[in-house]
Design a protein around this ligand. Sequence first.
Ligand SMILES: *[C@@H]1O[C@H](CO)[C@@H](O)[C@H](O)[C@H]1NC(C)=O
Ligand SMILES: *[C@@H]1O[C@H](CO)[C@@H](O)[C@H](O)[C@H]1NC(C)=O
Ligand SMILES: *[C@@H]1O[C@H](CO)[C@@H](O)[C@H](O)[C@H]1NC(C)=O
Ligand SMILES: *[C@@H]1O[C@H](CO)[C@@H](O)[C@H](O)[C@H]1NC(C)=O
Ligand SMILES: *[C@@H]1O[C@H](CO)[C@@H](O)[C@H](O)[C@H]1NC(C)=O
Ligand SMILES: *[C@@H]1O[C@H](CO)[C@@H](O)[C@H](O)[C@H]1NC(C)=O
Ligand SMILES: *[C@@H]1O[C@H](CO)[C@@H](O)[C@H](O)[C@H]1NC(C)=O
Length: 642
Amino acid sequence: MLFYFRSVHPCGCQSSTSWISLTLLCSMLCMWTRGDCWSYYYSDTTMNWQKARDWCQKHYTDMVAIQNQEEIQHLNSWLPKKDTYYWIGIRKVNEIWTWVGTNKALTAEATNWAQGEPNNGKNGYYPGENEDCVEMYVQRARQAGKWNDERCEKNKTALCYTAACKNDSCHHGECVETINSHKCVCFEGFYGEKCEQAITCNKEELTAPDKGSVNCTHMYGDFSYNTSCEYSCEKGYQLSMSRPLRCTPPKKWSEQPPSCELIQCQELPPPEKGSMKCSDPLGPSSYQSTCVFSCDEGHVLIGSSSNTLQCEASGSWNASQPFCVAVQCPALQDLENVVISCGDHAEMMFSYGNTCSFSCAPGYRLVGPSGVTCTSAAEWSERMPHCEAITCRSPEGEAHLISQCSRSLNDLRPDSTCSFSCETGFELQGAHTTQCSEDGQWSAAIPACKEIRCPAPQISTGVQISCNPSLSIPFSTGTPYPFGMVCTFSCDEGYELQGALNMECAHPGQWTSTPPTCTVVTCPLLEAPENGHINCSNHEPGNSVQCSFICNDDYVLDGHELLTCDRNGNWTGERPSCQASPSQSIVVASSVAGGATLLSSLSLALWILKRLKRKATKFELNSSSDIDAPAEVYKSSTDSLI
Ligand SMILES: *[C@@H]1O[C@H](CO)[C@@H](O)[C@H](O)[C@H]1NC(C)=O
Ligand SMILES: *[C@@H]1O[C@H](CO)[C@@H](O)[C@H](O)[C@H]1NC(C)=O
Ligand SMILES: *[C@@H]1O[C@H](CO)[C@@H](O)[C@H](O)[C@H]1NC(C)=O
Ligand SMILES: *[C@@H]1O[C@H](CO)[C@@H](O)[C@H](O)[C@H]1NC(C)=O
Ligand SMILES: *[C@@H]1O[C@H](CO)[C@@H](O)[C@H](O)[C@H]1NC(C)=O
Ligand SMILES: *[C@@H]1O[C@H](CO)[C@@H](O)[C@H](O)[C@H]1NC(C)=O
Ligand SMILES: *[C@@H]1O[C@H](CO)[C@@H](O)[C@H](O)[C@H]1NC(C)=O
């Protein structure tokens, strides 16, 4: 043991007047009751502050921690006077005067500085060394019991104490050293000498709410201080207040028990253009409420993944609320020359129920519906129309019609004009010109071309007709003949043509000439030969005329006995003559004598002359140049030979 020391046991010493006499008594008492009292001790030698603290801690509890004026008074009167005075357990820590034993700041109540202190060595003896430690003037003439700040390296007497508080002195409180004992300052919620009792709250006040339950966690015994009671609700209900109930001093629950309230979801407004059907098993718009959405015709639900919403325990609907929008028909494309009008609301233009109407640019006419309506199937009610240019009907294709128009035939706009003619062989029936009006009608109808035909020719009997091109149908008097047809005529054998050989069907449906006739071919009139007779057959169809000659008696025929009229109108031979037979001629000559001879010579000469003349005469068809002809011709069958 390095140091000699003394100790003080102030237990039970209340009087400040007889400290010394009581010291011995106390010392003895305390020896028996160690642990429940505190005691002071001081060293016999001096040492610096740190060594003094170490010494106190090694042998006792610590340097003294002075708690009140009463204690100061006690120490000042009880301790012996030392020149260097005593170190006490206060030190400047981070510029704050602190009780080192408890590490608590010095309170104003406990402060006991000497006058002018602490001054941190104002005298200036040891510049650079702060006066961070504290000494107590014990038994000093002036300022006895007061404190002074000093340099910690100074050597002074150590003043120690032994604590009365043990670590188990107070259960739920702070042990406070008192001059002769200690006391427990209980923490909140505890009471009793050693703060061993916890306050209790009324268990009956913890009522479990409807649809809920309570679960308490105890800390210091059933329903005592700091017991925490958590309330909870069944699914779909929520607490009116979520904080737990705590048992707080003085014996009171921190809150009223909460109630369980039905979870509410936000009320859903019925959709526009649709309807909503809700079923509420627990309450309107509450947990387990279900709402089914539907839309009016022509509208569809959008904005949600399902048409059924349910209020969940979380208080929100399980999907966002759907809404109804009109179905949209495909947007109408711009059509050439079509003016589309769908109303003023741009967003409604192609929506269900809206009608778009159509019109055409001037000069065009609408083909198709004048309006369409968007149906609930998101389709337009009718096919789209189109506008086509107003044109008059093209005359193209009209049979045999030749048109000449002011514009091309497939673009006959109003004011176009056309003039018409017909192919050859056809004649126009109708207007020669026409004009297209504003509404696409011709001012005069497109004319037609009528085939030109000639009347069937009236053919006399015996006339043969042959036409080119040949008729496809057999000749009949009722069938008109086509334009351009050429008909040629001929006669049966024994007849000759009187009139034109041919004729053509020409404009305007007339033959170029009248049909000819056929007349019987005739030979020149034959006279009976002198001294003879002639006998000619009548003209009969199919039979040629024949003339036979007979001479009078005594005359012999010289030449052909029979002449036939051929089809050319020629006799088949010379007219015969009657010659006197040689015997007879003598008789004649002799009997007639001179006069007779003269007469016969004269007739002979006349006959010869006639023969010569006939030889030189040409008989021609139709010819009337023959002077003799008209008199000599057989007029067909009507004239008698005789
Ligand atoms: C304190 O005492 C020690 C020895 O006990 C000595 O060495 C030291 O110098 C003293 N300090 C002062 C400031 O007197
Ligand atoms: C209390 O003190 C006793 C002896 O004095 C010791 O054995 C014990 O460990 C201490 N308890 C605490 C909590 O410090
Ligand atoms: C009560 O709460 C405790 C702690 O929170 C927990 O472990 C226990 O299971 C709960 N008891 C009931 C019945 O809920
Ligand atoms: C009481 O409970 C509160 C909250 O649980 C806690 O912060 C506090 O430290 C507790 N007090 C005691 C003394 O146990
Ligand atoms: C919401 O709940 C209803 C009813 O149970 C169900 O039919 C629907 O599919 C749910 N919606 C979603 C998005 O889960
Ligand atoms: C003419 O001839 C026919 C027959 O050939 C005959 O019948 C007729 O009697 C004749 N006529 C005369 C006048 O000879
Ligand atoms: C018959 O008459 C035609 C004209 O009338 C003439 O051309 C022709 O030569 C005649 N024939 C005979 C054989 O005399």
